[in-house]
Design a protein around this ligand. Sequence first.
Ligand code: NDP
Length: 520
Amino acid sequence: MPDDTATAQAPASGDGAAANPLRAGLPEDRITTPCSIVFFGASGDLFKRMLLPAIYSMHLGGRLPADFALVGFARTAYSDDQFRDYCRKQLEQFMPDDSKPQGPVWDDFARRISYITADFNDTRHFVALKDRLEQNDRDFGTGGNHLFYLSTPPSVFPEIIKHLKNAGLEKSEQGWTRIVVEKPFGTDLASARKLQQAIEAVFPENEIYRIDHYLGKEPVQDIIALRFANTIFEPIWNRNYVQNVQITSAESLGVEERGGYYDHAGALRDMIQNHVINLLALVAMEAPISSDADDIRGEKYKVLSAIQPPTHADVFSMSARGQYGPGMIDGRPVKGYRQEQDVAPDSNTETFAALRLYVENWRWAGVPFFLRSGKRLPRKLAEIAVTFKPIPHRFYGESTDQIEPNVLVIKIEPDEGISMRFEAKVPGPAEHIRSVFMDFSYGSGFGVVSPPAYERLIGDAMLGDQTLFTRWDAVERAWEIVTPILEVWQNTKDFSFPNYAAGSQGPDGAKKLFPDWRHV
Ligand code: NDP
C-alpha cells in the first residue's frame, strides 16, 4: 500500500455515517500528499464531463490535499482566466444541483487552476509546463509532486511522453512523478506493444497508471471483498460447483456521436478486450497473498495467461458477432448502425460480440466463461452471473427438471449489488418449489451513492495505489486472447449484418454459442 497519505480533514462517510450502522466507526478517507495534476487534452470531452467534475467533487468532499494545483494543457487557446471560466461553466453543467461551483469554495479551487496553450510537438511548451509546475510549488506548496493525465487521442500519447522527457519532466528532483494513460491502450497487439515501448522508455511500470474506469466502480471492487473477505464462497468457486460464468456488458445506446471512432473499433476492442476481460480476471483469479496492488495484479495476470486464445479455425465456434439494424428502444424507433453518423453504409464493424473462453487451470478446467457486450440491447446492464451446477440426483422425481440452478449475480450497472437465486418450497401442503432471491443493494445497504469511478481512480493515482490500474502484462495478455478473433472478423465480411434489431437480445449466433444467456 502507498505511504504518501496524510491525515484526513473531512469525514469519509459524510452525514450518513452517524445514521447508518454499516458505516459507523469507519476510519476517515485517505488524502494524498500535495501535488499538481496536469491534464493533457483539457479542452476535450472526457475532461469536461468526467475528470473535472471528479476533481471538483473531491475538492468539495475534502479529499484533495490542501496544497493542490491543476494545470490544463491543450491546443485550444485560453488564458488562465478564460480556462477558469470554461471550467466553471462545465461544472455548472455537469455537477449535481447541490454541488455547483460557487462562493469561496469555488474561488479557492479556481485560483489553483492554470492553463497552457500548447502545440504538442513543441518542447518549448513542455518547458513552459515545467516552469508552471515550479511556480505551483512556490505558490501552492505542491512539493514537486506531478501527476500527468493523458486525455488526448491515443495517437498523441507517444508525442507527449517524448516531450515530457525532453523538457526534463520525466522525474522530479524533490517529489514523485506518475502518468495516467487513458484507454484504449493500443488498437491491437502490435500497437499496444509499440505504445508500451514508448512509455517504458521514459517511465518505470510503478509510475504508469493505465486506466480502465470500469475497475473504479464499487461493485467491481467488491468482487475482491465478496470472494476474499468471506469464507462461504471460495470452497464452491470452482469446477466442482460452477456450471458456467456469464459476464455481460450491455448498453441500450447506439454509437451516438462517436461513429467515426467506433467504426474503427467495434465491440471486441471497445469493451471485451479491456472491461469484460478485466472482470473475468477478478472473478476467476486465485486468492492473492495480500491486498497489495502487485499481489492482486499478479494473480490477474496468471489467470489470463491460463486462457488459451482460440485458434483461427476455432474462432467461429467460440464467438458470435452482430451489428444492430433499425428497431425500437424504450418504445421509440431508432436507426440502424449503418445509418448512424460517420459510419460506413456497408460497415463490417460489430456492435455486439460474444465469446466462450476457458480458463485452463486446476480450479476452472472445463467451466465455460461466456462474455458478451453489445449496443442497442434492450437496456443498460452490466453483471457477472455465476451459475452453479444442478442438484445431483432426482430428489423430486419428474419435478426435479423444474428446479433452477443457484445463481449468484454481481450487479454492476445500473443496480449495484449482489443477488443470490435459490430454491424454496411454496407454502402449502403440496411440494411446489420456486426460485426466490436474496438481494443486497449498495445504495440501500450502506445508505450512500457510490462515488463515480473516476473520482476513486484519480484519488488512487494521487495516492500511488495501482491496485485498480491494469499492469502491462495483463493488457498484453488480453490483446493476445482477442487477437485471433479480431483478425478473423476483420478479414471475413459478415454478409448477415445487420443481424439483430435494435432493442432485441442480440444476434441468433449468440444463442447458438450459448442458449441460456440471461435476459438483458
Ligand atoms: P476529444 O476528442 O474530445 O479531445 C481530447 C483532447 O485532445 C482535446 O483537448 C483536444 O485538444 C486534444 N487533441 C485532439 N487531437 C489532438 C492532436 N492531434 N494533438 C494534440 N491534441 C489533440 O477526446 P475525449 O476527451 O473524448 O477523449 C480523450 C481520451 O479519453 C481518449 O484517449 C479517449 O479514448 C479516452 N476516453 C474518452 C471517453 C469519453 O467518454 N469521452 C471515455 C473513455 C475513454 P484541442 O481540441 O484543444 O485541439
